[in-house]
Design a protein around this ligand. Structure first.
Ligand code: COI
Length: 355
């Protein structure tokens, strides 16, 4: 398959844009969508030429395998605009690579990297006016692939659709996030699909998260599926804890997503002179540290929320509050990463990609 260029992408534009109806000053997360989307079909054993079309419903047969066997994967990315209207992506190749890691695990054909990247650039070229500039806002990009091929046989589909949809978005969370350490339900298991961004990974979280919400928490902290002794992720994010002045996060594994924000935070923290450790974190260590006062911070890290500070956690029947610090690692690291993403500062890591 030869490489494609964005000039080869067929574009069908909307007759009237919806942009005037959007309140860019009061954006929620992922609730409104831009005029156009990128689409690309897999059939006859190969990915066809990507297209840009109006954002519109997708028509599927009831027997499409996505409905029955859940072959569906996604990514989360953001586009940013600086003060002179240059458009940037943040480490986009990490998302392309991870989408294909997910594809392989879910027996979905991998998307050629240039179809993804050239398609995304062409889409952003058309949708650049949809990139919000208000602090804390961005154009959230949702690339995803799902099985459109038909059949009730439990086997991989022979047809798929790749879409990139765009949602001008504000912050993911508002207010305090209190979490419950989950000991019964598991997000993932060894040999499973926890490292992939499979839609079903998230569906499986909703019920235990609802149970935690009913008890007054906003999210759960997932623990390992065998012993439930180690913390692994926070909601749909990677998790960091600060013990005294050391920043600790769990190593990625079969069960833990290799988050782009996670690895960027580790690199930024090191460059800022913060002591970092990548190691397993016992629930009992967290509780001991909370009791002694050496547990200073817990935060989640992911593309959507960037960094989401956690104000306290529950374990069994006890609640532990975290101190309200003036200078947190969470704020410092979030500011650094957002400054890099939005071209407010030098990018010594070479992560920012101008579109
Ligand atoms: C992201 O942080 O982009 C994610 O993928 C989480 C998603 C569930 C909003």
């Amino acid at each position: 398959m030869g490489k494609i260029t964005k000039e080869q992408i067929e574009i069908t534009k909307v007759s009237t844009s919806r942009i005037e109806s959007i309140d860019f000053d009061n954006l929620a997360f992922g609730q409104v969508f831009s005029d156009h989307m990128l689409t690309c079909d897999y059939k006859d054993g190969q990915w066809q030429m990507p297209k840009i079309e109006p954002y519109a419903p997708v028509s599927l047969m009831p027997s499409a395998k996505i409905f029955h066997y859940g072959q569906s994967i996604f990514e989360g990315m953001k586009a940013y605009k600086d003060t002179t209207n240059n458009v940037f992506l943040f480490r986009p190749m990490e998302n392309v690579k991870r989408l294909n890691i997910s594809a392989k695990r879910l027996a979905i054909p991998e998307i050629p990297e240039d179809y993804f990247m050239e398609g995304l650039k062409a889409l952003l070229n058309i949708e650049k006016d949809w990139i919000p500039t208000k602090e804390g806002s961005s154009l959230y990009l949702r690339p995803f692939i799902f099985a459109t091929g038909e059949g009730f046989h439990a086997s991989p589909a022979d047809e798929y659709k790749f879409i990139i949809a765009c949602a001008p978005s504000g912050p993911y969370f508002s207010g305090d996030v209190k979490v419950l350490i989950e000991e019964k339900y598991s997000r993932s298991a060894n040999g499973g699909v926890g490292f992939a961004k499979a839609g079903g990974n998230y569906a499986g979280q909703f019920y235990p998260t609802q149970l935690a919400k009913d008890k007054g928490y906003q999210q759960v902290i997932w623990t390992d599926d065998t012993s439930h002794e180690y913390i692994e992720e926070a909601g749909a994010m990677n998790v960091f804890v600060r013990i005294n002045d050391t920043l600790v996060t769990s190593p990625v594994s079969d069960r833990i997503l290799d988050g782009v924000t996670r690895k960027s935070i580790l690199d930024i923290a090191k460059a800022e002179g913060i002591n970092t450790e990548v190691r397993k974190i016992k629930v009992s260590e967290l509780i001991e540290a909370a009791k002694k006062g050496s547990l200073k911070e817990i935060f989640g890290a992911g593309t959507a929320a960037v960094i989401s500070p956690i104000s306290g956690f529950g374990f069994r029947d006890t609640d532990f509050d975290l101190p309200k610090l003036e200078d947190t690692f969470a704020t410092k690291l979030k500011n650094r990463i957002v400054e890099i993403q939005t071209n407010k500062t030098e990018d010594p890591f070479g992560w920012r990609v101008k579109v």
